[in-house]
Design a protein around this ligand. Structure first.
Ligand code: FES
Ligand SMILES: [Fe+2]
Length: 387
């Protein structure tokens, strides 16, 4: 059945959060819509690939597949970061996989070798090939930028700069100094049978603390105390506020940067920098979901955990790091079951649109973003501000 854009447009065009409704269920499983999301959202936007500290030394490389394209993020011998295609320029084999350090990336098929800057450094048995010049066969390079320690790629090369898109986020996130947080754990959750928008819907509201997180988060971080923060054309923020009477305990809420206010020690900042960077952050930690869309209703999911410099320097690091990783993974697991169940409902053919609570205002903001990017909303001038 062709996708009904008019129903999607109706959701995206709702002009006040009091009237917010869900997306039409078919929006989470339509191949037609997914093809448009690839062209108009993922290729045009900035996709986070990894943290800079994952490329700690010259010669580091980190492989990642985006939208079916095999990419590698490298740091060359001069320290410069690049995002390159992993497809060999001979006959397209992948020149590397995984992550590590290397002097060159040598294709395993016919042993052409490429510098970490992408240039073709060696190609055996090519002297008899008329006119062949190594300089014509560098690995394809993609546009990248670094923001707050994240390496982003822009596939189509035409996006406004990442710093410009997320500029209004900086006053909110800069007190955390999260640029200098360090990755302490990378977790893989594999191919998940739900749409990237289901993951965003789940991540960007704390209403469900009272459901799947009733035994973990709800008592200390009740759904009812969460609220939407600043929003912009390319991001939405929300806060999960601690109930009265709880201390600012490690590993989540302390220790943190001296630039934070005492108030920061009693809440977590949750934000999405569209389309895909999803972060939950406190003075002591942040984690980010690496959601790699694989098709309508399918993602490849990773979750990476970082600790603040103050948290890394405090006594008892091993115990606090283990506790942090366990708590985040346990809570994340509680989300997976509901995401899978929602996608099953969509596959079963539900058609009715749902209503949203005021605690789901970030979803209303997300749907307006979708409407703008997909060109089905018209006017982009009337962005909502803080709520
Ligand atoms: S495909 Fe890479 S060297 Fe032939
Ligand atoms: Fe959750």
């Amino acid at each position: 059945m062709p996708f009904d854009y008019s129903r999607l447009a109706a959701t995206c065009a709702v002009d006040s959060p009091e009237n917010a409704i869900t997306l039409p269920p078919q929006a989470y499983g339509s191949d037609d819509l997914y093809a448009d999301e690839v062209d108009q959202i993922f290729k045009r936007g900035w996709i986070p690939l990894c943290r800079l500290e994952q490329l700690g030394v010259p010669g580091s490389y980190y492989s990642i597949d985006i939208l079916g394209m095999p990419l590698v993020v490298t740091r060359d011998r001069n320290g410069e970061v690049r995002v390159l295609s992993r497809n060999c320029t001979h006959r397209w084999m992948e020149v590397c996989s995984g992550a590590g350090t290397a002097g060159v990336l040598q294709c395993p098929y016919h042993l052409w070798s490429f510098g970490l800057d992408g240039h073709l450094a060696g190609a055996p048995e090519m002297k008899q090939s008329a006119g062949f010049e190594r300089k014509d066969y560098a690995l394809k390079q993609f546009r990248h930028e670094v923001w707050k320690g994240f390496v982003f790629v822009n596939i189509d090369g035409h996006a406004t700069s990442v710093a410009e898109q997320y500029a209004a986020l900086e006053p909110i996130v800069d007190p955390y100094d999260f640029e200098n947080y360090q990755t302490v754990e990378q977790t893989e959750w594999g191919i998940c049978d739900w749409d990237w928008k289901i993951m965003v819907d789940n991540f960007m509201e704390c209403y469900h603390h009272m459901g799947p997180h009733r035994g973990s988060l709800e008592e200390q971080f009740p759904a009812a105390l969460s609220y939407t923060g600043e929003v912009g054309e390319y991001f939405t923020t929300m806060w999960s506020q601690q109930a009265d009477g709880y201390p600012a305990d490690p590993p989540f809420l302390s220790p943190g940067a001296p630039t934070l206010s005492p108030e920061h020690s009693h809440k977590s900042l949750i934000f999405i920098a569209y389309p895909l960077l999803q972060i939950a952050m406190g003075p002591g930690y942040f984690y980010w979901l690496k959601v790699l869309p694989m098709g309508a209703g399918k993602i490849d999911l990773y979750l990476d955990i970082c600790m603040s410099p103050a948290a890394l320097a405090a006594p008892g690091l091993d115990a606090r790091r283990s506790e942090l990783i366990k708590m985040i993974c346990d809570i994340h697991r509680e989300d997976l079951d509901v995401c899978a169940a929602v996608q099953r409902a969509i596959k079963s053919g539900v058609t009715a649109t749902g209503r949203l609570s005021h605690l789901e205002r970030p979803l209303w903001e997300f749907y307006r973003y979708l409407g703008r990017q997909l060109g089905i909303l018209g006017n982009t001038a009337d962005l909502a501000s803080a709520g």
